[in-house]
Design a protein around this ligand. Structure first.
Ligand code: ZN
Length: 340
């Protein structure tokens, strides 16, 4: 009961990349960089295990950014000539690569870190990939001229990599779709379909993470415009409930999401965000157990997975580690409180 997991990304050590940045520059190159990525991956596997998490991940230590890490291994994308584009409905500007030809994988994308992580932990291993709709929103299209067509093309590539990750021994494959909370109608219309295409044929556990973004200023400012009740999930959850995706990761603690919206996910495992990634304040076990208690009104206990609201990448290592420890301690307290 209450198996714990984190959303996906973790801070990169200062010897690997610039710290507290969303698109950090690497500190090394070539073989030295590869070794540093491997070291950081193992360090975080150990740290998650020591913190007491039940599901662990690679912390996305081997990719610069959760979307561009995938795109770097795709033919048809011009990474040399990035352009500035407003992303997430112009919430903030990003330097994005351009799609200039038909898309094709160059080869495996994440074999190195997935196989490394698998070889070094007995815990359940979760691996994250960007969702097709979020990719489409983080790249400039100079070729397809149609968001749906391009999303389906990306979904096929994601599916190839997801099937290979499953063969590597990954237990849970999670697609990250923050764009679902921005383009709710499109998400319900075709975003979920593209997601299912990306997950087609997988026999491991499948998951989707939908959040209000990292705790960076542009996101915090945006959240302040969303009003008293954040009801974005209301448009997307019914389509997800009808889909083949098994787990849904959502924001809860410190968000303005009405918790009763979790009821719309009947039949799904729900990764409930009990850790705020926009604040350095460490949650107490009591606060975490309280959030779990709130969620229990809407999610059956065997389907509730305490998790972080989003990735921890832009935070400091110390804060991120303390939050993982708090997560495990809070879940343990909740087991005492709400256990049968
Ligand atoms: Zn997120």
């Amino acid at each position: 009961m209450f198996e714990t997991a984190m959303a996906g990304s973790l801070p990169k050590p200062a010897w690997l990349a610039e710290t507290q940045k969303l698109w950090p520059q690497w500190k090394a190159q070539g073989d030295e960089l590869r070794q540093a990525k491997a070291d950081a991956t193992l360090l975080w596997i150990k740290a998650q295990e020591d913190a007491g998490l039940d599901v662990v991940g690679d912390g996305e230590q081997a990719r610069q950014h959760f979307v561009h890490g995938f795109l770097e291994q795709v033919d048809g994308i011009d990474f040399e000539n990035k352009v500035t584009m407003g992303i997430r409905n112009n919430r903030y500007d990003a330097q994005v690569p351009q799609v200039v030809a038909a898309l094709r994988l160059k080869g495996r994308v994440h074999a190195f870190e997935a196989q490394l992580a698998r070889a070094h932990t007995q815990k359940k291993l979760k691996f994250t990939l960007p969702g097709p709709m979020t990719i489409v929103d983080t790249v400039a299209d100079r070729f397809y001229g149609d968001r749906v067509k391009m999303a389906m093309a990306f979904a096929e590539l994601l599916n190839q990599e997801a099937l290979a990750l499953q063969a590597d021994g990954v237990d849970i494959i999670q697609f990250d779709e923050p764009a679902f909370n921005v383009y709710m109608k499109e998400a319900a219309d075709w975003g979920v379909k593209a997601l299912e295409r990306a997950a087609q044929g997988l026999t491991c556990t499948t998951a989707v993470h939908i959040c209000y973004g990292y705790g960076i200023k542009a996101n915090v400012d945006w959240k302040n415009t969303l009003g008293e009740q954040w009801r974005q999930y209301e448009d997307v959850f019914p389509a997800l409930a009808r889909s083949s995706i098994q787990q849904v990761s959502l924001e809860c603690y410190h968000s303005h999401v009405p918790p009763e919206l979790m009821k719309l996910l009947e039949g799904k495992d729900v990764m409930v965000g009990v850790i705020d990634v926009a604040s350095d304040e460490i949650e107490t076990p009591e606060q975490i157990a309280d959030t779990i208690g709130t969620a229990l009104q809407f999610v059956p206990r065997h389907r509730l997975i305490p998790c972080t609201n989003c990735g921890l990448a832009p935070m400091s290592r110390e804060v991120a580690l303390a939050k993982l420890q708090a997560l495990a301690a809070g879940a343990a307290l909740a087991r005492q409180r709400y256990g049968a």
